[in-house]
Ligand binder design. Structure first.
Ligand SMILES: [Zn+2]
Ligand SMILES: [Zn+2]
Length: 327
């Protein structure tokens, strides 16, 4: 295949990945709503109507579609890594611990993924309603004392929110995540934070091994000092563009995978940092968004729930002690 076509195919693939990510994230409220809306509109021209309807339904009802897609993407990346990179890397005598590190990280990640999917995020029920309303104080700015959920007909605890997808109020609601088909709340936010971290580290470890492997190939084949004869018969030294073109044509799937991982690291890494920042400052995504909206209409800011970094992190990683204290 001609390099130009291959390159165009590659760029289309990467753009689809970025657009897909924006499309999925676009369902949550954020300041990038306008950008997401544009991407959504672009997608509406590309995707068939029935597929659009199906994707739309996945955001309004609980569905395992994205859980399955997540697992398929994991399987594809690791199949490619095992099939093409693993053997070559070991033959090139790369550090075996580094080469096998992605398998360890993905095992941890899959366990955390399962916990995010399976653990109750902190559903408010008739039985625990009274206890939940005592865990956090009402700030009477974002969360008002005595307000009831019109759907569940239960008192709304401070920091909770009703999830339209799950059909219940969730304690310390962060957001509903389609990738884990569950809400992220008081009881599973710790798994979600570790899940994001382990997924980013898995992608980084894969990208490091693949980059190391490609660099080894370049060095061992003496490509840096190689020369070629151009169409006019002149001998030219192979530059960086020539080397990239050569790698593209020799290992197209490996370079595709590396490009996908780089995009994933940038997007996922940014999101992971953002969510860890919110946790350290004891804010949920829901509160962060509401506080920004509130600030734009009224000067000052809501009091917030931060009690210092250590206490904030303890509240996330030991939510049960927070509940026990209030008993
Ligand atoms: Zn509710
Ligand atoms: Zn939900």
């Amino acid at each position: 295949m001609d390099f130009l076509w291959l390159f165009l195919l590659y760029m289309t693939f990467l753009l689809l990945c970025v657009s897909g990510f924006c499309f999925l994230r676009g369902r949550s409220s954020s300041s990038l709503d306008a950008v997401f809306h544009t991407v959504e509109q672009a997608f509406s021209f590309v995707l068939p109507t029935c597929l659009q309807r199906y994707i739309d339904s996945c955001f309004h009802t609980r569905s395992v579609a994205f859980v399955v897609l997540h697992l398929i993407l994991d399987a594809l990346v690791f199949a490619e890594y095992t099939w093409e990179v693993l053997d070559y890397s070991l033959e090139l005598e790369m550090n075996w611990m580094l080469v096998f590190l992605p398998y360890t990280l993905i095992s941890v990640n899959l366990y955390l993924f399962y916990k995010c999917c399976a653990v109750d995020p902190g559903t408010v029920t008739k039985q625990n309603e009274a206890l939940c309303t005592q865990v956090y104080e009402y700030d009477d700015v974002i969360f008002h004392r005595g307000s009831k959920c019109p759907t569940c007909h239960l008192l709304k605890p401070a920091r909770s929110k009703h999830c339209g997808v799950c059909g219940s109020c969730v304690q310390r609601f962060d957001h509903h995540c389609v990738w884990v088909n569950n809400c992220i709340g008081a009881m599973n936010i710790r798994y979600f934070l570790l899940y994001l971290l382990s997924l980013t580290l898995t992608a980084v470890s894969l990208a490091v091994v693949i980059t190391g492997f490609l660099l080894q190939v370049v060095l061992l084949s003496h490509m840096m000092t190689a020369a070629y004869v151009d169409s006019e018969g002149h001998e030219e030294i192979a530059g960086i563009v020539f080397i990239i073109q050569h790698l593209f044509l020799t290992f197209p799937r490996i370079v595709f995978t590396l490009g996908f991982l780089v995009i994933l690291i940038l997007l996922l890494g940014g999101y992971t940092c953002f969510l860890w920042y919110l946790s350290i400052t004891n804010q949920t995504t829901n509160e962060w968004y509401k506080a920004r909206r509130w600030q734009s209409s009224t000067p000052g800011s809501p009091k917030g729930y931060s009690r210092g970094i250590l206490t904030n992190m303890r509240e996330i990683f030991q939510p049960h002690t927070r509940y026990r204290k209030q008993r």
